[in-house]
Write a protein that binds this ligand. Structure first.
Ligand SMILES: *Cc1c(COP(=O)(O)O)cnc(C)c1O
Length: 356
């Protein structure tokens, strides 16, 4: 008998821990706090009701890709659909790299990049951001060259820092590195520095987008990759044929056509961000040295604090779930008016406790 039927790489993995949403206020996953208005929901339900459940879905998710392409002003031929952008991260890393190739991630960034590198047994170089959690494009270009990486993947704006590189800075990176650049624009709907419109103009760029954040459809699992024809053909070949189920395709296609609704979602989330940032800035002034909120161009705010665990635990015990990252960072998502008020009130109580 073998000692284990599992490979070593899996025995090293921790489970992806998701705290069950048994709380009054859930601000830990950067989801949208908005739900569909009744008439839109009805429209979506009708689209879903028309799906032939006995048939396999469209392998290319044509209608969803077309609606996405129209919304973002790209050609549908450049778009590949995924079961969440998360699946596409896995496809990109396992299909476009092979044994012996090297990827580079920046830290801190979205944890799934390194996860998929480890799963595919791809060497994963880590580039550490500065103490202010920013990174300098020229320095990362230098690092990518020095370490001879084949793929560079990062989110812009970044989860969890909330900060971003300008379009021109990202262009400089894409042009200067001899590597495939995977640019995860999951939060770019909240900012205006997207490279999506010019994605196909580069031989080495893949832009990832998701319906889980600003668009508010995290439950559907729908993401997109935008790239030139060669890369798009490769991704379409490499993904599993029926990766996006037909119900999701139909529902996403219906919602992605609703420009006014989506623009309004963005406005409401940006207003929520204003309230949250203002409230946290006030608390930072009232409790000097306890919390330091970083600037944000996303739908969440990152805070540095020497009391991360105490603050996190206090909130959790009082029905508010946020995200704790390591021992000194907390991340809180924008919520609805009521959620923001409850969070800010209880966070102040937590700070009072911590300051004692
Ligand atoms: C939330 C998030 C995603 C996940 O998107 P899904 O489409 O829900 O899989 C991808 N990238 C980043 C940086 C995220 O924060």
């Amino acid at each position: 008998m073998k000692q284990s039927y599992l490979p070593e790489k899996l025995r090293r993995f921790g489970a992806y821990e998701v705290t069950p949403p048994v709380c009054e206020v859930k601000l830990d996953a950067n989801e949208s706090f908005l739900t569909l208005p009744a008439p839109l929901k009805e429209k979506m339900m009708q689209a879903v009701a028309g799906v032939a459940l006995n048939r396999y879905p469209d392998p290319m998710a044509g209608k969803a890709c077309a609606a996405f392409a129209a919304l973002y002003g790209v050609r549908p031929e450049m778009v590949t659909a995924g079961n969440g952008s998360d699946e596409l991260i896995g496809v990109v890393i396992s299909a476009l790299l092979e044994q012996g190739k090297r990827a580079m991630v920046v830290t801190p960034d979205f944890s799934m990049y390194k996860f998929y590198c480890d799963l595919a047994e791809i060497t994963c170089e880590q580039y550490e951001k500065s103490a202010e959690l920013a990174f300098d494009p020229d320095d990362i270009i230098r690092a990518a060259r020095e370490r001879a990486v084949d793929l560079l993947i990062f989110s812009n704006p970044c989860n969890p820092t909330g900060q971003g590189l300008t379009r021109e800075q990202v262009r400089r990176i894409v042009r200067a590195v001899d590597a495939l650049v995977v640019l995860d624009e999951a939060y770019m709907d909240f900012w205006d520095q997207s490279l999506i419109a010019e994605a196909a103009a580069y031989p080495n760029l893949i832009v990832l987008k998701t319906c889980s954040k600003c668009i508010g459809l995290a439950a559907l699992r729908m993401g997109f990759a935008i790239a030139n024809q060669t890369l798009t053909d490769a991704l379409r070949k490499a993904k599993s044929p029926y990766n996006v189920n037909a119900l999701t395709q139909a529902a996403a296609a219906a919602i992605l056509k609703e420009r006014d609704f989506l623009a309004n979602c963005r406005e409401q989330i940006l207003l929520s961000r204003q309230t949250l940032v203002q409230g946290l800035d006030d608390l930072a002034r009232a409790y000097p040295g306890l919390i330091h909120p970083y600037p944000t161009v996303t739908n969440f705010v990152l805070l540095a604090t020497p009391k991360a665990d105490a603050l996190y635990q206090y909130l959790k015990a009082h029905g508010v779930l946020i995200r704790k990252l390591g021992e000194t960072l907390l991340r809180v998502s924008c919520g609805g008016e009521r959620e923001n008020t409850i969070f800010l009130t209880r966070f102040e109580q937590a700070l009072k406790e911590a300051a004692r």
